[in-house]
Design a protein around this ligand. Structure first.
Ligand SMILES: [Zn+2]
Length: 118
């Protein structure tokens, strides 16, 4: 996602040129009630886009220090090399979720910051 900002005549900021142009068209439009409502929506949508990007960046920077972990396995396969062990992890700070192979994970059962789910 690009960080370029498009600023309207009245100072309202948009993340896309398309939204800015529609906003300008609405300002010129005769039906003020509709223009005002649509403008409100575009501004909300813009705030949502910014918040989503902020959350994405927050998760990217998060150290995931305090986590909940469930140890999972798929064992008893005829071909033992197909057996697998992994962690289902959820960060208690940023609520990000992901899976990791148990053998390469940095999280250990002795970690004090880790809550183990059974
Ligand atoms: Zn996190």
């Amino acid at each position: 996602m690009s960080n370029k900002i498009y600023v309207a005549f009245d100072g309202t900021e948009f993340g896309t040129k398309q939204a800015l142009m529609e906003y300008h068209d609405l300002l010129k439009l005769g039906d003020e009630a509709f223009a005002e409502k649509r403008k409100q929506y575009l501004v909300l949508k813009e705030a949502q886009t910014k918040a989503c990007l902020a959350i994405f960046n927050f998760r990217d920077q998060c150290e995931h220090e305090y986590v909940k972990i469930k140890a999972c396995s798929d064992t008893g396969n005829y071909d033992r090399s197909q057996d697998s062990y992994w962690y289902e992890i959820e960060c208690k700070c940023c609520e990000d979720r992901w899976n990791e192979d148990q053998s390469t994970s940095k999280y250990k059962t002795s970690d004090r910051n880790t809550e183990w789910i059974r």
